[in-house]
Write a protein that binds this ligand. Structure first.
Ligand code: ZN
Ligand code: ZN
Length: 391
């Protein structure tokens, strides 16, 4: 087993060998018998295998001891064989035919011996479809089930150098897409039209696909997860742009709040808006500056929240400070008031304070930040100063 060093590194078997070994060690530490991982980001993390979740079962069966296998519909077995872990021989590929019982195949691979006193728990990934879990429980009567999160969380929460470089590439691509959008024209267009353009630009800048492009103009900006609508953008109002996608399997997610004037000096930002934007900018900067190994996640939330509270808008900061990011757009750790977590070097997360005045307007500024050995590594480089756009 070698340590992944190159950045950005080609996808090789090495990280998957490491991750499977670490997952086995996690199972042993928790007296669990096996991981049962369906299609999703945990499967991708452990094996590199990517597929669409569906009614046909695809499942990594990783026992604490013994051979790992991916049980896969025969029509998808070629892709599993070609996956990094499959091609490297780290997992056996076990195809099943249309009339086979895949749950029986999984059960047989982790069958207990009559001499086993207390068979260990079986840990499934948190996004496994209920129909698959219920069928597994029928095929494995009497076995205790739990969530694979208790083993995989500790692995995925700390990013390896190759993962951080992919997050950085995704962040820079989003920076470029947002910069292009901020050049306008915006006034007179619908939110939905601008949202479509953002999606196209994220892809043009290297994303495999855009996951979301929130365009929240005027009063809509007070709704943090507003869906782009047919509302027409007018001069003299703010727009919250929250955009993200997937590049090399890793997610981007950034927000800037801009102001559009349509070229009319009478439509310049109001003093109140400038004040609120500056509060949010300071909250974002202060929280980012407080990032270091050992810092409590709840403390980071408080660093940003105190600035907004002391500015008089504490009630209007209606969500947590941020969320982890990696193969999933939202994952551990969460930067929230009651979090028991502290930062370690390699953790990646958003910092996204906001102020929302219902019926009027909102402001959010979001960056992706990695906790470095001695401080913050802010991946997004787009300016956080107020952008006043005249188009
Ligand atoms: Zn976002
Ligand atoms: Zn976010």
């Amino acid at each position: 087993v070698t340590v992944e060093t190159a950045s950005p590194s080609p996808v090789t078997a090495d990280p998957f060998d490491q991750r499977l070994t670490a997952a086995r060690a996690g199972l042993a530490r928790r007296d669990a018998a096996a991981l049962l991982i369906g299609v999703g980001s945990d499967l991708r993390y452990l094996t590199g295998h990517v597929a669409h979740p569906m009614e046909r079962l695809t499942m990594l069966v990783l026992p604490a001891t013994g051979n790992a296998a991916i049980v896969v519909p025969r029509l998808e077995s070629m892709a599993a064989v070609a996956s990094p872990a499959g091609a490297a021989g780290l997992v056996e590929i076990v195809p099943w035919d249309e009339t086979d019982d895949p749950y029986g195949i999984v059960a047989a691979r982790i069958a207990t011996r009559a001499t086993d006193a207390a068979p260990g728990r079986l840990l499934v990934d948190s996004s496994l479809w209920a129909m698959h879990l219920l069928a597994l429980q029928r095929a494995l009567p009497g076995r205790a089930f739990g969530l694979a999160t208790e083993v995989i969380r500790d692995l995925r929460i700390v990013k390896q150098p190759g993962e951080i470089e992919r997050l950085r590439a995704a962040a820079h691509a989003a920076d470029r897409a947002l910069d292009q959008i901020a050049h306008g024209p915006l006034v007179g267009r619908t939110e939905a039209d601008v949202s479509r353009e953002i999606g196209e630009r994220l892809v043009a800048e290297g994303h495999q696909f855009a996951q979301f492009a929130i365009v929240a103009s005027g009063p809509n900006s007070a709704s943090p997860h507003h869906h782009a609508s047919e509302r027409v953008i007018r001069a003299g109002e703010p727009i919250v742009l929250d955009i993200g996608g997937t590049l090399d399997a890793y997610c981007s997610d950034m927000t800037r709040t801009i102001w559009v004037t349509g070229g009319d000096p009478a439509q310049a930002p109001t003093e109140e808006f400038r004040t609120i934007h500056e509060l949010v900018r300071r909250a974002n900067a202060a929280a980012a500056a407080a990032v270091r190994p050992g810092a409590a996640c709840e403390q980071l939330d408080e660093v940003a929240r105190r600035i907004i509270r002391e500015g008089g808008y504490g009630e209007a900061f209606i969500h947590r400070l941020g969320h982890g990011i990696g193969l999933d757009g939202h994952e551990d750790p969460y930067l929230v008031a009651d979090s028991p977590d502290s930062l370690s070097a390699g953790m990646a997360f958003s910092i996204e304070p906001g102020i929302y005045l219902q019926g009027r307007f909102g402001v959010r500024i979001e960056d992706i930040v990695v906790c470095g050995e001695s401080g913050p590594d802010v991946l997004n480089e787009a300016t956080r100063e107020l952008l006043v756009v005249d188009g």
